[in-house]
Ligand binder design. Structure first.
Ligand SMILES: Cc1cc2nc3c(=O)[nH]c(=O)nc-3n(C[C@H](O)[C@H](O)[C@H](O)COP(=O)(O)OP(=O)(O)OC[C@H]3O[C@@H](n4cnc5c(N)ncnc54)[C@H](O)[C@@H]3O)c2cc1C
Length: 433
């Protein structure tokens, strides 16, 4: 599969998106205060907030806006770190007091993003019905209790739910407890990206799609950014290229592990089926290694997914996995037809915390949002824009800026990542996750 696929072939979100934007071809000057590389949520956020601070901004996207992970994801807005990570784990990773800025960004991000969607009237089928992290095993219950206690001790509004309460809210079988975050929810992520591009253009951002950055070099203090459509001079450059990161700076590319994920959609549920399945439309993500997330879309299709097992029959393998998971938690839907399947890449860092990297004096990268990027790309992008515009000192950023650290054995880990899914599934079946 070609990694950057502007066609968005098979991505259901494109079919149901009510958002679009009008862009006029650019033929103006080649000098910018800031060039942003990558038209996903992160690049869009950096670009629009930097433009709001009066920087001249060029946003270059190799394919189309949202054709990376941003337009392909599950669209679940999660008010939490990845998996079983707690506030204290983040303190240990980053060190206080900066870690608390990062925690605030995660805890407050969902509320802020839904407010942005309302303010800019983005038609992305946003539903802020809350999000649940339920426990499917005794092992995960202990981890989820720890997460709940940590958020509560740090003053974040969270609610504990017993197994039967989870069952009432979600209609799902087998969960033995979990916590609920009121501010979570779900969106059509492709539509959100289109809407954010509309806002960015209105803010004065120059957007060029189908324009990959192919080379960069320095001329004095200025960066020369080369594309097939010509070169541009930039006082600052920031890469927001996620699991699609090019090899222009080898250490940047090696600083994350691109993981290929798949998504599946069922046919729409009938009204009777939907009354029993997710009656409150609250999305949830458990700690199963093989996925463990469920949501409904605007047409009441069920979305779930997992990591791609890169064998010739990978699509059927993925669909079988989704069907088994749906059947396990919603037995009444046994055999429900899957109508859509697609894939996308997300980028993992070793710590599961995103990285802000300094690649040169005036060249940065913001990447590694794992499977929790929908909100955090937007909030961290905003913070990064304030820094690039000179409105926020480096010490005030929620994450430190460091060099690009290559992940040890990155190429091997990337390769193994394409074949690890059956092992993850086996761990789930044995209740080891
Ligand atoms: C299948 C899947 C499901 C997910 N589900 C969720 C979820 O439910 N909730 C959640 O919070 N997160 C989820 N995520 C993670 C989330 O989607 C990402 O973390 C987030 O979208 C990353 O945004 P980004 O802007 O950093 O990168 P992307 O959206 O991937 O954008 C990077 C862009 O860079 C462009 N690019 C690359 N090289 C160049 C170049 N040389 N020149 C110009 N442009 C270039 C690419 O074309 C691409 O558009 C999921 C991810 C996947 C893959």
């Amino acid at each position: 599969m070609k990694r950057i696929d502007a066609s968005m072939h098979g991505v259901q979100w494109v079919q149901t998106s009510k958002e679009s934007f009008q862009n006029t071809p650019y033929s103006g000057a080649g000098d910018f205060d800031l060039v942003v590389v990558g038209g996903g949520f992160c690049g869009l956020s950096i670009a629009r907030f930097a433009a709001r601070e009066n920087l001249s901004v060029l946003l270059l996207e190799a394919g189309k806006v949202g054709c990376g992970a941003s337009g392909r994801n599950a669209g679940i807005a999660v008010p939490h770190f990845p998996g079983g990570m707690t506030v204290e784990d983040v303190d240990a990773q980053i060190g206080k007091p900066r870690s608390r800025k990062f925690t605030d960004l995660v805890a407050g991000g969902t509320e802020w993003l839904f407010e942005e969607i309302r303010e800019h009237q983005i038609l992305c089928d946003a539903e802020q019905n809350g999000w649940i992290q339920p426990a499917h095993s005794q092992k995960s219950l202990r981890r989820i209790e720890r997460v709940y206690e940590s958020w509560k001790a740090n003053g974040v509004e969270v609610q504990w739910l017993a197994g039967d309460e989870i069952s009432e809210r979600t209609g799902a079988k087998g969960y033995i407890g979990g916590w609920y975050g009121r501010t979570g929810g779900a969106v059509n992520p492709y539509a959100l990206g289109q809407g954010l591009a509309r806002v960015a253009l209105a803010q004065g951002v120059v957007l060029m799609e189908q324009t990959p950055v192919t080379k960069m070099h320095k001329d004095g203090g200025v960066q020369i950014v080369e594309t097939p459509a010509g070169s541009f001079r930039a006082k600052q450059v920031v890469f927001a290229t996620n699991g699609y990161t090019p090899g222009l700076f080898p250490h940047m590319k090696q600083s994350v592990i691109p993981i290929r994920l798949f998504q599946t959609f069922t046919r729409p549920l009938t009204p009777e089926e939907q009354a029993a399945v997710m009656p409150m439309r609250q999305t949830f993500t458990d700690l199963r290694k093989g996925g463990g997330f469920i949501r409904l879309d605007v047409d009441n299709r069920i979305l779930t997914g997992g990591a791609v097992f890169n064998i010739p029959g990978k699509r059927s393998y993925g669909v079988r996995h989704s069907n088994r998971f749906i059947e396990e938690i919603f037995p009444s839907l046994k055999g429900i037809e899957t109508t859509q399947y697609w894939e996308g890449y997300c980028a993992l860092t070793e710590s599961s915390v995103p990285a802000i990297e300094r690649l040169d004096d005036n060249v940065f990268a913001v990447l590694g949002f794992s499977s929790r990027g929908l909100v955090l790309t937007n909030t961290l992008g905003r913070e990064m824009a304030h820094f690039l515009a000179g409105k926020k000192p480096e010490a005030e950023l929620p994450l430190p800026i460091g060099p690009a650290h290559p992940v040890p054995f990155q190429a091997i880990k990337t390769f193994l990542g394409e074949y690890a899914f059956p092992v993850l599934q086996a761990r789930d079946r044995l209740r080891l996750s």
